[in-house]
Design a protein around this ligand. Structure first.
Ligand code: BG6
Length: 480
């Protein structure tokens, strides 16, 4: 691993994302020894006037509690300094640069390079100006080498044109290798397991195709609405918030061809290819919903047509997948919180057991909660008679890996940015291909041509969505 001074700056340090995700992830890395205090300093930058201690107090509220952690928490908080400034002020960024530089001078007694990571926990509208400021005032100046990297959060744009504009503005200032576009779903344990599952198991490789798989569902459900962030959400909607990024990344990993190696570029090349093979989405293969009560939020306009639920069928035009529907479904204010992939196989040909009525083989990968991989299969019902029943081979992580702590997505991804591993980050051409798929539909929703249907809070979503899944060929399994 690289050694030398590492400065991590969290811009938007007093915001929600920083407090809830970025700092706790940094804390976990520190606790495990990945951020040694003789090398690392963390800077918070934001507009509010705060003292170092005030920022530390705010952060502490989001860290795990417990007497046994007191020492490690205090060690971590000591690493944090606060710099206040606006996002377009040279003065603010010069002060930040001074602070980082001082830290580097004090630590550069050890041989090594100086590394500067800037985490933009802020809305994308300010990315271009912040990138300009970083480029002008805060780049790594060490003669011993090192790097400057920026981490940006979604949403990267609102549609193809705005995303391309954003990419080109940032692209003029930073190389692709310096830009880390986070999609935190790529940091989830079972999402990272997908390539292993697919390409390290003889079981799956030969059947992973249109001859054997009938349909695939990638589903995200949340049992809470947009409370507290209705104003933000209403500008984006569930497709931009979840489907175009989180679910589409999972889709890529399920559907892409085998990369020639695990090198980030090889993996990302395959993702781009499969995205480019997606056919235009048909209106009759889309269901949009909005939960009742969504518009009660005073920050949401009364005539909002923004979907809080969407079910969309993607079809891939290639040899492996032609004819197989991939149903991407996401909704807020539903009956449960769950994210899972369901790969349903075709009926057994020449079935002598008449087991069709019991259901099909299905591979389910549950990303959260309670990570699990299970296969539904038909077995003989124990007893004297030969009759069949559905059962399952179940790898439940909680049982199988009782003593293993599964890292948080952000923790893993931040560590990757420090290591310089871009495998789990979205490349510019991948982002473009993702927007190409959804932009026509998004424009029609924004223009009111595609309408949302209401659904009840706490329900499964609109009935039309269940009908769409059934039409796509999914067969509900009985007896499970
Ligand atoms: C975020 C979305 O990217 O992901 C939120 O903006 C959503 O709307 C969240 O709640 C879900 O993340 P997770 O990890 O809880 O599934």
């Amino acid at each position: 691993p690289e050694t030398g001074c590492l400065s991590i700056t969290v811009l938007g340090a007093s915001g929600d994302l920083a407090k809830k995700k970025t700092f706790p992830a940094l804390f976990n890395l520190y606790r495990q020894g990945f951020l040694p205090s003789d090398q690392v300093h963390i800077f918070g930058y934001a507009r509010s006037k705060l003292s170092d201690d005030e920022l530390r107090d705010r952060i502490q509220g989001y860290l795990p509690q417990g007497q046994e952690l007191a020492q490690v928490i205090s060690g971590f908080l000591k690493l944090i300094k606060y710099v206040s400034g606006s996002y377009d002020s040279p003065d603010g960024f010069k002060t930040l640069d001074d602070a980082i530089y001082k830290h580097e001078v004090s630590r550069n007694t050890i041989e090594g390079s100086s590394r500067r990571l800037f985490y933009l926990a802020l809305p994308p509208s300010v990315y271009p100006q912040i990138c300009k400021m970083i480029k002008s005032y805060c780049m790594n100046k060490s003669d011993l080498g090192g790097w400057t990297r920026i981490v940006v959060e979604k949403p990267f744009g609102r549609d193809l044109a705005s995303a391309e504009e954003l990419s080109s503005q940032i692209g003029k200032l930073f190389e692709e290798a310096e830009i880390y576009r986070i999609d935190h779903y790529l940091g989830k344990e079972l999402v990272q397991n997908l390539l292993v599952l697919r390409f390290a198991n003889r079981f799956f490789m030969p059947v992973w195709n249109r001859d054997n798989i009938d349909n695939v569902q990638i589903v995200f459900r949340e049992d809470f609405g947009t409370e507290g962030r209705g104003g933000y959400f209403d500008q984006y909607g569930i497709i931009r918030d979840i489907i175009q990024n989180h679910l589409l990344q999972v889709f890529c990993l399920v559907a892409m061809e085998k990369p020639i190696s695990l090198k980030p570029e090889h993996i990302r090349d395959e993702k781009v290819k499969v995205l480019q093979s997606v056919l235009p989405i048909k209106d009759e293969e889309v269901v949009l919903g909005q939960y009742q009560g969504y518009k009660d939020d005073p920050t949401v306009p009364n005539d909002s047509n923004t979907p809080t639920f969407a079910s969309v069928i993607l079809r891939i035009h290639n040899e492996r997948w032609e004819g197989v529907p991939f149903i991407l479904k996401a909704g807020k204010a539903l009956d449960s919180r769950k994210a899972e992939i369901r790969i349903q196989f075709k009926d057994v040909p020449g079935d002598i057991f008449k087991c069709k009525k019991q259901g099909r083989n299905e591979l389910v990968i549950r990303l959260q909660p309670s990570e699990a991989i299970y296969m539904k299969l038909t077995v003989k019902q124990p007893g004297l008679e030969i009759s069949t029943a559905q059962s399952e081979l179940d790898l439940s992580y909680r049982q199988r890996y009782q003593n293993v702590v599964i890292p948080e997505a952000y923790e893993r991804l931040i560590l990757d940015t420090i290591k310089g591993d871009q495998q789990h980050f979205v490349r510019r051409d991948e982002l473009k291909a993702a927007w190409e798929i959804f932009t026509p539909m998004l424009h029609r929703i924004d223009g009111g041509e595609l309408k949302t249907v209401p659904y009840k809070r706490g329900s499964r979503g609109p009935d039309e969505a269940d009908a769409l899944v059934e039409k796509a060929g999914y067969v509900q399994t009985r007896g499970y």
